[in-house]
Design a protein around this ligand. Structure first.
Ligand SMILES: Nc1ncnc2c1ncn2[C@@H]1O[C@H](COP(=O)(O)OP(=O)(O)OP(=O)(O)O)[C@@H](O)[C@H]1O
Ligand SMILES: [Mg+2]
Length: 307
């Protein structure tokens, strides 16, 4: 059974790439066939976290149509079963992909023949980042337990909902019917995508419900990284509770990952942290998380709305 997870969250430096790499290594060690896709176009660095040199082949070859099959760009790593599709050769300009290129890439990612496909995203809420985040039916948000990071995460979540809603509306005539309201949302007169959904449900109950279901189907898992002793132990549960009450009940807390200064040392020395320091609290936290991700259950299927 194939699973796709995107790993994102608005804040830069929260540990998205470290977690993507670590989960990739742990899942591969469980015997799963795993591919890490570096979608931080223009600033990719998964190869460094894996202690490898700059890969010679990457996403640019697929985007430039030199390689037709994305799987051919999945290069083996030093960990058996773990593959990397790098984007080191993608320049910053490529971060502004044409829509058609992006759709092709997204569809090719979905078709990759691996047990686990882990998508590492860059920071911020650029629409490309949101679209890549939405490739997966389940997204992992990485935040750190600081108010700024938590604020950014909430913004990111709202932006993901908004992007999903806008893309779906654009495919139907509802886009024209509710043009005014959509403009209000963009201007900030309407505060959240949920408010727009409420309007849709009131005015067009049947179709409105479909859009509501579409957003409710998105599943999110929160990870608190760089967790230190002085932080309230159940902060993650509290945050997820707030999200489930104020957004949609789609949030689950995946766990805390302890701060360890040796993560930095390992990265600087180009060692894989998990290999170098396997008996640390940080690795045991990551192992618990990897086990949760392999629990037997289906990922939610994509809901399509027709005209
Ligand atoms: N659990 C941890 N304990 C200690 N340091 C950590 C931990 N996780 C990450 N770091 C540190 O945070 C830095 C940033 O991590 P990482 O590159 O994974 O963040 P990111 O969210 O991918 O950043 P960007 O948004 O720029 O892509 C790492 O270089 C490492 O030094
Ligand atoms: Mg990163």
């Amino acid at each position: 059974m194939k699973r796709i997870y995107s790993i994102g969250g608005g804040k830069g430096g929260s540990g998205k790439s470290f977690i993507a790499t670590s989960l990739g290594v742990l899942l591969a060690k469980q015997g799963k066939r795993v591919v890490l896709v570096d979608l931080d176009l223009g600033a990719s660095n998964l190869h460094t976290l894996l202690g490898q040199k700059i890969p010679q082949k990457g996403l640019d070859a697929f985007i430039d149509k030199e390689t037709r099959n994305l799987e051919d760009l999945a290069l083996p790593t030093t960990i058996p079963n773990l593959y990397l599709i790098s984007s080191t050769k993608c320049s910053l300009e490529i971060a502004n992909l044409f829509y058609a290129q992006k759709v092709k890439l997204i569809s090719a990612i979905n078709d990759l023949p691996f047990d686990y496909i882990l998508l590492d995203l860059g920071p911020g809420t650029h629409f490309n980042t949101l679209d890549f985040f939405l490739v997966a039916p389940e997204g992992l948000f990485v935040a750190t337990p600081e108010p700024t990071a938590i604020e950014n995460t909430f913004n990111f979540i709202k932006s993901v909902y908004l992007r999903k809603l806008k893309l779906a509306l654009k495919q139907t005539n509802m886009w024209y019917v509710f043009k005014e309201e959509i403009a209000k949302l963009s201007r900030g007169t309407l505060k959240s995508p949920m408010e727009l959904v409420d309007i849709l449900v009131k005015r067009e109950p049947e179709k409105g419900k479909l859009f509501e279901d579409l957003l409710k189907r998105l599943k999110f898992k929160l990870i608190l990284n760089k967790f230190r002793g002085q932080v309230t132990e159940n902060l993650g549960e509290q945050l997820v509770d707030v999200c489930n009450r104020h957004l949609y009940p789609s949030f689950e807390f995946l766990g805390n990952i302890s701060y360890d200064s040796r993560v930095y040392e390992a990265i600087v020395a180009r060692h894989i942290f998990i290999r170098k320091y396997p008996y640390t609290k940080t690795v045991s936290d990551l192992q618990t998380m990897a086990r949760t991700l392999t629990e037997k259950r289906q990922q939610p299927a994509e809901l399509r709305i027709s005209r």
